[in-house]
Design a protein around this ligand. Structure first.
Ligand code: G6P
Ligand code: MG
Length: 214
């Protein structure tokens, strides 16, 4: 029986995946690298530095560590600027309601994001007090599809992986959840997220009844 729901942040709770994409695209453009929406799927759920490395690989560009660090800082500054201009109502429809319904049913809810900006983002959309556990990119060393972030969330909740279901919009995130031994609800298209136990278009489409079908 599922006892906890673990949520990814960007692209699951709030539309910040869009801002990551805009910032990476701006950086790729500066570097003269063509970077498409399809390429961007490979970056979802993946750490900042690994994301930059994927873009450089796409462009066939090699840079030293110092330069890479500089570019990662630049991208992050743009991302932070976009997010700071974001309005609290950019939280996806139905998410706050879903968190409350799950809690009312006695389930635990956790946040598990690869982002080092996760805590700032949840504050901006006023849900910082809605989780029983929060794990972000400052607390992990391995990026998704490694299961570390989800295993740590389960540990903080005091639960076993089999008690948990993960909500993910990233292919790497779905793999990470399955690698953790958890169930997974994919948010987006079955084309990318076909390995998940269930795929729905929007987080707000999830209902308590779905829990029984996982
Ligand atoms: C999330 C996003 C990724 C992002 C990563 C690191 O997993 O899906 O697109 O690269 O977090 O985010 P950060 O805010 O630390 O650069
Ligand atoms: Mg995501």
């Amino acid at each position: 029986m599922i006892k906890a729901c673990i949520f990814d942040l960007d692209g699951v709770i709030v539309d910040t995946a869009r801002y990551h994409y805009l910032a990476w695209q701006r950086l790729a453009k500066e570097l003269g690298i063509s970077f498409t929406l399809e390429d961007n799927e490979r970056l979802k759920g993946v750490s900042r530095m690994r994301s930059l490395e994927i873009i450089l690989e796409i462009g066939g560009v090699t840079l030293d560590e110092k330069k890479k660090e500089e570019l990662a800082v630049k991208k992050n500054q743009w991302f932070v600027d976009y997010v700071n201009a974001m309005k609290p109502d950019e939280i996806f429809p139905g998410v706050k309601d879903l968190l409350q319904k799950l809690k009312a049913k006695g389930l635990k809810v956790a946040l598990a994001s690869s982002s080092k900006n996760a805590k700032a983002v949840i504050k901006l959309i006023h849900i910082e007090n809605d989780f029983d556990a929060i794990v972000d990119g400052t607390m992990t060393t391995h990026t998704k599809p490694d299961p570390e972030v989800f295993l740590l969330a389960a540990k903080h909740l005091g639960l076993s992986p089999v008690d948990c279901v993960v909500f993910e919009d990233a292919e790497a995130g779905v793999e990470a959840a399955l690698n953790a031994g958890m169930k997974c609800v994919g948010i987006g298209s079955p084309k990318q997220l076909g390995k998940a136990n269930l795929v729905i278009a929007h987080t707000g489409d999830f209902s308590i009844d779905h829990l029984n079908s996982l």
